[in-house]
Structure formats: structure tokens, C-alpha cells
Design a protein around this ligand. Structure first.
Ligand code: VGL
Ligand code: ZN
Length: 200
């Protein structure tokens, strides 16, 4: 029997995060087929899509002289400056062509020009909600399994926020891949564990 209170959240499985993309995560392609298969086991499937306007404040190109993969200080705190990626409507922002996209909800995030949004629940100010919490609660969903890209950024922040909000969160690390910027993967695993996320 499918557990109606348990949703699968597939994070940012988009061309720009896969090999050949602007912010490619090693092995990103390998998780597409098994994630498609996993969808069969869930009554509710949600996909998130990183969805930035051109010139987004998280792009190094928007900060004169800044190099990608360096840090800056934003009004809401420290922020990694990324290569331009997942620009709204671009091929890079599209889902991996082999990914099943017939899920229940596609949640776009990162569209606010001034704030990045790693988490599916809150923008990077940790205060502006995306509305996902309300969607899940009004549908009676209590348990979340998360998979996708990148394990140390959007999967990590989504999992920790979900756990903080009281959802029972499992991250399938075998169906996720990380960027690993300056030890970010290790820190993310420790942070998720500390927040009560189950890592498998
Ligand atoms: C992501 C960096 C920038 C992610 C999104 O999906 O993990 N990482 N934007
Ligand atoms: Zn992004």
C-alpha cells in the first residue's frame, strides 16, 4: 500500500546541474533512471526547479570583478557566487530530458532577483516562505524523502528546513550528488544528521 502521508521531493534535476551544464555536478546523470523508478512508490511526487532571472544576484557575473565559486556578503548573510545557471526559460533550466516530470507539483525557486533560494521551503534569508510547507500540510503529508542535486546545497537546505518544520525527512544519498566546495559535503552531512534527517 502506498503511504499517502509520504511524499517524494526531487530537487533540481536540471540540465545545468548535470554533466555538460553550467554548474555540473559529477554523476548527476546517473541518478535520473533510478529516481524515475522510485516515483512509482510514492502517492505524491514534487519536483523543484532552480529558476533564476538573468542577472540574478547569486551569479558572479552580476558582481564586477568577482569569480565564480567565491563568497560574498549579502544583506541576508554569506552567499556563494555561482556561474550563471538555470536562467528562466533556458535549456539549462529545463529538467534533465529523461526525467519523468508528471509529478503533482513543480515548485520553482530562486526567482527573487535579490535573494538566492537553496531550500524548497525558504529563500536564503531563512524567512521568506515558498509555500511548500502549506502545500504539504494541507495535503496531510508528514514524511518526506528527498533526492537530487546538489546534495550539499539545495538537498541539504531543503532537508534541514523540512526537519526543522517537523516533517520526518529522509535523504537518499545514493540518489543525490554533491558539488563539494571547500568541504561543503562533509558539513552538509553533519548538519543534516544534527537536524534529525535520516541519511541512507
Ligand atoms: C543549487 C547552487 C546554486 C542547487 C542551486 O540546486 O543545489 N546550487 N543554485
Ligand atoms: Zn541556483
Amino acid at each position: 500500500m502506498t503511504d499517502r502521508a509520504h511524499a517524494l521531493i526531487v530537487i533540481d534535476l536540471q540540465n545545468d546541474f548535470c554533466p555538460g551544464g553550467a554548474l555540473a555536478v559529477e554523476g548527476g546523470n546517473d541518478i535520473v533512471a533510478p529516481i524515475n523508478a522510485l516515483m512509482e512508490d510514492f502517492a505524491t511526487v514534487i519536483l523543484t526547479q532552480d529558476w533564476h532571472p538573468a542577472g540574478h544576484s547569486s551569479f558572479a557575473s552580476s558582481h564586477p570583478g568577482a569569480q565564480p565559486m567565491t563568497m560574498t556578503e549579502m544583506p541576508y548573510g554569506p552567499q556563494v557566487l555561482w556561474p550563471d545557471h538555470c536562467v528562466q526559460g533556458s535549456k539549462g533550466a529545463a529538467f534533465h530530458p529523461d526525467l519523468r516530470t508528471d509529478g503533482d507539483l513543480i515548485l520553482r525557486k530562486g526567482f527573487n532577483p535579490a535573494i538566492d533560494s537553496y531550500s524548497a521551503f525558504f529563500e536564503n534569508d531563512h524567512a521568506t516562505p515558498t509555500g511548500l510547507e502549506g502545500y504539504l500540510r494541507t495535503r496531510g503529508i508528514e514524511r518526506l524523502t528527498m533526492v537530487g542535486l546538489a546534495l550539499d546545497f539545495c538537498v541539504n537546505f531543503s532537508a534541514v528546513d523540512g526537519a526543522k518544520l517537523g516533517f520526518d525527512v529522509t535523504v537518499r544519498t545514493d540518489l543525490s550528488r554533491g558539488i563539494d566546495l571547500d568541504g561543503s559535503l562533509r558539513a552538509a552531512m553533519d548538519g543534516m544528521r544534527g537536524a534529525g534527517v535520516t541519511l541512507t
